[in-house]
Design a protein around this ligand. Structure first.
Ligand code: PAF
Length: 288
């Protein structure tokens, strides 16, 4: 397994793979890897085959964090990440520094952004104003470094995957986006690097996200003609409020492909929610 820190070196590795007809499968991450990330790596390997090149980037992207967010305390463990990648058969870890990724940013010179301005407006975009601008910018930059044929994103960040998919189409990246299923703990909590912040009591209450999604699935399946979204959201908000350390940020029902909000919830609609457990903000989603 190679560790590559410079962009020109990464591009050389990628170009060499292309010349030798090896497909490149790419999993962008912010590190602190868990079984959910490894399932994305496995999916990338499945897609590119044993001769393909699987690249994982580990980069905690500062531009997708607001000043009030958890950038400096975002969990990091490179030793463990390297071991997990090696064991999962990753070929290359792309590990750029801030200076490599954003030359001139520290001096206030970075001034070019990639902005998706429709799908990124609601939900995460409404709660975290500049978040998706940072995501699309860094993902476009990473695509230019890694030159992947296939990029694998997790379904847990459903809106992110939709936004990136739009960006790939709108900016003509020759990349196939694969959205791999959310990996869950035994009690249903979606795996996330941020779970590491939870106290034992918050961790117990954090299952409320999955419980809410399961209840929504059951209610919609029992309904004859679907349900009004507003009353379903009110019912579910009460479940979140019942947890002493939980605070609902948003809960939305929408079309899973277009992200258009739904007034009436039918089977197959998509639901996403964001909940604070103490200071930690968790997200989850599912098809109903
Ligand atoms: O999902 C993430 O971990 C990040 O948003 C990503 C795609 C690696 C961009 O920094």
């Amino acid at each position: 397994m190679k560790i590559v820190e410079q962009i020109d070196a990464m591009q050389r590795v990628a170009q060499h793979a292309k010349k030798t007809d090896r497909q490149i499968g790419f999993v962008p991450t912010m590190g602190y890897l868990h079984a959910g990330h490894i399932s994305l790596v496995n999916e990338a390997r499945r897609r590119v085959g044993s001769t393909g090149l699987v690249v994982v980037s580990i980069y905690v992207n500062p531009t997708q964090f607001a000043p009030s967010e958890d950038l400096t305390k975002y969990p990091r463990n490179l030793v463990r990440d390297r071991r997990l990648c090696r064991n999962a058969g990753v070929d290359v870890i792309f590990l750029p520094s801030d200076a490599v990724m954003y030359p001139g940013r520290a001096e206030g010179l970075h001034s070019t952004w990639v902005l998706e301005d429709r799908l990124s407006q609601g939900m995460e975009g409404a709660s975290r104003a500049t978040h998706f601008r940072g995501v699309t910018t860094v993902v476009a930059k990473l695509f230019n470094c890694v030159l992947p044929d296939i990029a694998v994103f997790g379904a847990k960040d459903w809106q992110q995957a939709a936004v990136v998919k739009r960006m790939i189409t709108d900016l003509n990246f020759p990349i196939e986006l694969v959205v791999a299923p959310t990996h869950r703990e035994a009690d249903g909590l979606a795996m996330s690097s941020r779970n590491a912040y939870l106290s034992p009591a918050e961790r117990r209450q954090a299952t409320v996200l999955w419980r809410v999604l399961c209840e929504a699935q059951a209610l919609v399946r029992q309904s004859v003609n679907g349900l009004p979204a507003a009353s379903l959201k009110r019912t579910l908000a009460k479940r979140v409020a019942a947890e002493p350390d939980a605070r609902l940020d948003y809960i939305e029902v929408f079309d899973g492909a277009t992200l258009a909000p739904a007034r009436r919830v039918q089977q197959g609609a998509h639901m996403a929610l964001a909940v604070y457990l103490g200071k930690t903000r968790l997200i989850d989603n599912a098809a109903l």
